[in-house]
Design a protein around this ligand. Structure first.
Ligand code: UDX
Length: 428
């Protein structure tokens, strides 16, 4: 028999993954979304985004009837005990998180709930949102019905969502209610990781503080990479040399074109904006943004310095997504690299194994070989395995000039140089 009846509100990336993880744990899960297309897709066993392994779980749990999707909000709220809010919190004015979707969902919950519920917020939200959710629910109840609100931030990464969701480093549970806290601890009892129990405000800040720290780490190594170029030192030696120090750690020390995606750029801005509201400045994060935003310019400058000029030259840009194993191109540094090249009157040909290009100025090719044919330089913008495992010998035969600008430091430079390529990475 199912253990709990869980409603996941918002079937985007986080919501769909969360829903399927709970199915695997033996719960009965319902998913709702205001976007009927997403619901229809999921009902038919298909994902509306790319994430390895998730489609297999979706089909499994649709067949077992552990998961269902609906548009009937009222029925879904009434029939379930634990309601997970997984809606988007896009960047609003002045970098602040826009809470409109959270507010709409809270109002619906208030209007339709008929018995005690635990409302869990998984969306990334500013400090104080749990209290707002309580208010929005109460304001919409027709009679007082008890409920609790918990903040339970999600730390999963695109491209490794399932692994991250099943093997988290920690679980954060923030609530002002002991009853809700116990329900949540029981929900996660099978996970082999520490559970940080705190109040909802701290839980909300933990998510922003974690993402911002990781963004900071990336900008730190990228700025160090710039210094390495001047001093003629290889940044990968520095990353390795400092990464073995357990206090620093090896992860997120890969120098490159900088961070992108739907989380880091938005969350760092939101944290700065939140601090500003309380008359506090987070200058260290402001600097991290500056380094990140100028990293593609730094890279293009390097290409220009090496080639003399890029005007009229033909480049193959390999990779449009903000990292490998996702189809997400939001805030991808690749967009910026392409823009800067076009502004310099260079000709750009694009390849990505998954993402579709929407920029009409740039031809998008299905095959890498077709993309690189006759080019004056290859620019790697995403660290897809397909590029790491390319037959570079063949590539050398079709390019006009064998030059590789590796914006992700992901290729084997020694082998490429042996094959006769000129190789330029970042901080190398
Ligand atoms: C991030 C957080 O890692 C995750 O915990 C949170 O829940 C959502 O936001 P995600 O946006 O999927 O996840 O990507 P992540 O793997 O963190 O990478 C973010 C960006 O940083 C990518 O553009 C990546 O290429 C870049 N990056 C990462 C580097 O440039 N260097 C590194 O060493 C690591």
């Amino acid at each position: 028999m199912w253990r709990l009846k869980i409603l996941v509100i918002g079937t985007g990336y986080v919501g769909t993954t969360t829903a399927l993880v709970f199915c695997e744990l033996g719960h009965k899960v319902t998913g709702i979304d205001i976007d009927g297309n997403k619901i229809n897709f999921l009902k038919s066993g298909k994902l509306h985004f790319y994430e390895k392994g998730l489609d297999v779980l979706l089909q499994k749990h649709l067949t077992n009837h552990n998961i269902s999707f609906t548009n009937d909000t009222k029925k879904a709220i009434r029939e379930n005990d634990l309601l997970f809010i997984c809606v988007g919190t896009p960047q609003g004015q002045d970098g602040e998180a826009d809470l409109q979707y959270i507010k709409n969902v809270s109002e619906e919950i208030g209007k339709n709930m008929d018995r005690y519920k635990v409302i869990v917020d998984k969306s990334t939200v500013p400090v104080g949102t749990a209290e707002l959710v309580i208010k929005w629910i109460k304001d919409n109840q027709t009679e007082p019905i008890p409920f609790d609100v918990v903040s339970n931030p999600e730390f999963l990464r695109e491209g490794s969502a399932l692994n991250d969701a099943f093997h988290p480093d920690r679980i954060v549970i923030g609530s002002f209610s002991k009853k809700a806290e116990d329900i949540m601890i029981d929900l996660y009892k099978d996970f082999q990781c520490p559970i940080v129990v705190t109040d909802s405000k701290a839980a909300e800040l933990i998510k922003y503080a974690a993402n911002s720290f990781l963004a900071l780490k990336i900008s730190y190594i990228n700025e160090m990479a710039r210094l390495c170029e001047t001093l003629k030192i290889d940044i990968t030696d520095i990353s390795e040399g400092i990464g073995f120090d357990k206090r620093i750690g090896k992860q997120f020390l890969n120098a490159g074109l900088g961070y992108g995606g739907s989380c880091f750029p938005k969350d760092v801005n939101a944290l700065i904006s939140m601090a500003k509201k309380h008359d506090k400045s987070l200058s260290i994060l402001e600097s991290a943004i500056k380094v990140n935003e100028s990293q593609p310019n730094f890279f293009i400058q390097k290409i220009k310095e090496f080639l003399g000029e890029v005007s009229g030259k033909r480049f193959a840009v390999l990779g449009l997504t903000f990292k490998e194993n996702t189809d997400d191109t939001r805030e991808s540094p690749s967009h910026k690299v392409i823009r800067l090249l076009l502004d310099e009157n260079a000709k750009v040909r694009l390849h990505d194994p998954v993402a579709k290009q929407t920029n009409k100025e740039v031809p998008h090719f299905e095959e890498v070989m077709e993309t690189v044919a006759g080019t004056d330089g290859i620019i790697i913008c995403t660290e897809w395995s397909e590029y790491k495992n390319l037959d570079w010998n063949k590539v050398k035969d079709v390019v006009k000039t064998p030059i590789i600008f590796d914006g992700r430091n992901c290729l084997n430079s020694a082998e490429l140089i042996k094959l006769g390529f000129i190789y330029k990475g970042i901080g190398k």
